[in-house]
Design a binder for this molecule. Structure first.
Ligand code: FMN
Length: 689
């Protein structure tokens, strides 16, 4: 039963000529699949429809081939041939009465056109701005180009209608969409009627929305996504100017979709941004327009959502990441199952699918983007197989997810944890600076397991091979995690590095156990994800004089893919950490290290009292190896299967561990598929001419 406090979230709301059944609004988000994996993306949106979202959008869709963002894989609506793929998506979005929205993007100075080889077009001639700094410049649109572009938008709108969408979002936020390029004085340096005053800079968006409304506005709602603040200083489209723009054009779109400055700001990770972080920027805008407003802010709490509506800050609750972590969030609120909401942890792993052009993952929801590829559903498990019980050894993210998914399938599950609490690496890492929200990985599963009769958790249960053989479980799942190495083996050193006697070496595990070196400390980061940067911050906070040395050109390089890097570097600078890039460490001595330049043979020494080695991790697989060595005894012991999963199998990010746990549970007792591909994929049709 729904708590009446949340009734307001379920009120229907009009967006132009169409009506959303509630205020839960899945704002556009990509998924790494895009045009390459349209069925996977369609099914992912379909699951959200089932989960109760009133509005469901696509990711950005390139609306014309003269502005495409290769190598990133988004949607494409370049010609009629693209319509069937998009129709499949809109149909899935509408299965439960939700509205289907498409985001049309013309990327201007963000579209390098590496694939189409067209010359990019933008309000003013300037270099293309991409994550990859492509050596390409855009030409300024002349008047006839503007006429063409207006027509291309109308063509795309008509195709969107043919494809079955109810809503069109025009992309002018995050520095990506052409509307922002026109609105901002930084990127619009024109001296004609499209440049200069705010009225002039707003002319293009007014023309396009007018054209689109004339073409499809009787049946489709037209929304405009603009940044709340370009966050580049005086020249940019500031929050004050955004408010002026909205006030001057109060009836322009059917809904204002307001998103914070850059993508890094807007999808700020939990390490740097709280839930509802954009509230100050959006508050009061409602008074400037009669049209509804959607805003974002990693909303996972229905209380915060309700407050946003009741205070008149927002009309719709925009969610990208929370809808990925829990596609059934609205339904759970509706059914009064708040404690079942799988809250987003704000790690931004979902973004890496896009940034690495692979396929998105979610730490909390391992079924994300596997709905079609593997037939996984976030709320429903496959039926139980022939065996009945499973012993899960280890309660880190892999073991916990395996246990939770197994008991939903109907197996009797026992979890043996050597330590005094469950959670493995997650509980340890959640205590590091900025990572407390990551603890939700454990909190969610711990609560869910506590509600089940068919799972028992045994703490302080350090098992060995003999005891496991004696227990008589039919299936044994080894999820014993991994430990950080102290010998430096990672990328620079494939064998242990030279470490002299007397040198003081600490691993991330030592620091997480509470052993904090003091004095001059070098953090050597050859891992390149978050750990090196987080530990440097921790050490600086604890008073150490910290130097972070990394062979990479960036601090915490891989966090470029989670949009965190841009915040990590200044955080460390502010904390007083000295950052040394493009340098490795070749020798460690008591009192100093020898550091090499990664491009030359030149070396230099850095004095230090201690080195924190953030290298690679070593699997904790002794129990698994012990059981494998005694495979001949399994049948007598009643054991049908022994598997090793997660970090114990091959260390990786937490999302890899929850995925491995989930996969183990799904595949237990299933037929051997031999050499067949374990997921579905789409294959490009061969042109016959
Ligand atoms: N915003 C867009 O306007 N277009 C996009 O294609 C888009 N892709 C995104 C992909 C991912 C994986 C994520 C997490 C966000 C994306 N965003 C995109 C930004 C979101 O729409 C949203 O504004 C932002 O993530 C803040 O909302 P949240 O806190 O609910 O995640």
């Amino acid at each position: 039963m729904r708590d009446s406090r949340y009734d307001i979230l379920f009120e229907p709301m009009a967006i132009g000529p169409v009506i959303a059944k509630n205020r839960f609004y899945q704002v556009p988000h990509c998924n790494g699949g895009g045009y390459r994996d349209p069925s996977a993306a369609a099914e992912m949106r379909g699951v959200k429809a089932e989960g109760g979202w009133g509005v469901i959008f696509t990711e950005q869709c390139e609306m014309h081939h003269t502005s495409e963002i290769t190598p990133f894989i988004e949607l494409r609506l370049w010609e009629d041939k693209d319509i069937p793929m998009l129709r499949k998506m809109s149909e899935r979005m509408k299965t439960h009465g939700g509205l289907a929205g498409i985001q049309l993007a013309y990327s201007g100075i963000n579209g390098p056109n590496l694939y189409s080889k067209e010359v990019p077009l933008a309000p003013s001639a300037m270099p293309i701005r991409t994550f990859t700094n492509d050596p390409v410049q855009a030409r300024a649109l002349d008047k006839s180009d503007i006429k063409d572009l207006r027509r291309w938008f109308v063509n795309a709108a008509k195709r969107s209608k043919d494809a079955g969408f109810d809503l069109i979002c025009l992309y002018g936020a995050h520095g990506f969409g052409i509307f922002q390029h026109f609105l901002s004085r930084a990127t619009n340096q024109r001296s004609d009627e499209y440049g200069g005053s705010l009225e002039n800079r707003a002319r293009f968006v007014n023309e396009v929305i007018g054209d689109i409304k004339d073409a499809v506005g009787d049946t489709m709602g037209i929304t405009l996504r603009v940044s709340l603040d370009e966050t580049i200083g005086d020249l940019g489209f500031s929050n004050a100017e955004v408010r002026d723009f909205i006030e001057m054009n109060k009836d322009l779109p059917d809904l204002w979709d307001l998103a914070h400055g850059t993508w890094e700001d807007c999808s700020g990770p939990s390490r740097f941004k709280e839930e509802g972080a954009q509230e100050q920027l959006v508050r009061g805008i409602h008074e400037l327009t009669d049209k509804p407003i959607v805003g974002v802010g990693r909303f996972t709490s229905p209380d915060v959502m309700t407050k946003m509506v009741k205070t008149g800050t927002l009309d719709f609750i925009g969610c990208a990441r929370p809808s990925i972590a829990d596609p059934f969030l609205p339904k759970k609120v509706e059914e009064g199952r708040i404690e079942d909401i799988r809250e987003c942890i704000g790690c931004n792993m979902c973004i890496t699918g896009d940034m690495t052009m692979s396929i998105s993952r979610c730490t909390q929801n391992p079924t994300f983007m596997e709905e079609w590829r593997k037939g996984w559903h976030p709320e429903t498990m496959n039926t139980k197989g022939d065996s009945n019980n499973v012993l899960v050894v280890g309660s880190g993210p892999a073991g916990l997810e395996a246990a939770w998914a197994l008991c939903r399938r109907g197996y009797d599950v026992a979890v043996a944890e050597a330590k005094t609490e469950i959670g493995g690496r997650v509980v340890r890492e959640a205590k590091l600076p900025g990572l407390s929200a990551w603890g939700r990985v454990v909190d969610y599963r711990q609560y869910q397991l506590s509600q089940r009769a068919n799972v028992d958790i045994y703490l302080e249960s350090e098992l060995d091979t003999d005891s496991i053989l004696e227990f008589g479980f039919e299936n044994v799942c080894i999820a014993t995690g991994a430990k950080w190495r102290a010998d430096g083996v990672a990328r620079q050193h494939v064998v242990p590095m030279p470490i002299a006697a007397g040198a003081k070496i600490y691993t991330p595990d030592d620091l997480m156990d509470g052993t904090i070196p003091q004095g001059k400390v070098i953090v050597f980061d050859d891992d390149h994800y978050y750990m090196g940067g987080v530990l440097a911050e921790l050490l600086a906070k604890k008073g150490a004089d910290v130097t972070l040395v990394t062979p990479s050109a960036y601090v915490s390089d891989w966090t470029n893919n989670t949009l965190e890097q841009i915040a990590i570097h200044p955080r460390l600078v502010d904390a007083g950490v000295e950052i040394v890039l493009n340098r490795g460490i070749t020798e460690i001595h008591a009192g100093h290290v020898v550091s090499n330049c990664v491009y030359t043979d030149r070396t230099k020494q850095f004095e230090c009292d201690a080195v924190v080695m953030v290298a690679s991790r070593k699997e904790e697989n002794a129990i698994f190896d012990g059981l494998k060595a005694r495979e001949a005894e399994w049948a007598d012991a009643g054991i049908k299967s022994v598997k090793i999963i997660g970090d114990a199998n091959a260390p990786g990010p937490i999302a890899w561990a929850t995925y491995a746990g989930h996969r183990y549970a799904r595949e237990l007792d299933s037929d051997d598929i031999g050499d067949a591909l374990p997921f579905r994929r789409e294959i490009t049709e061969l042109a016959l001419d």
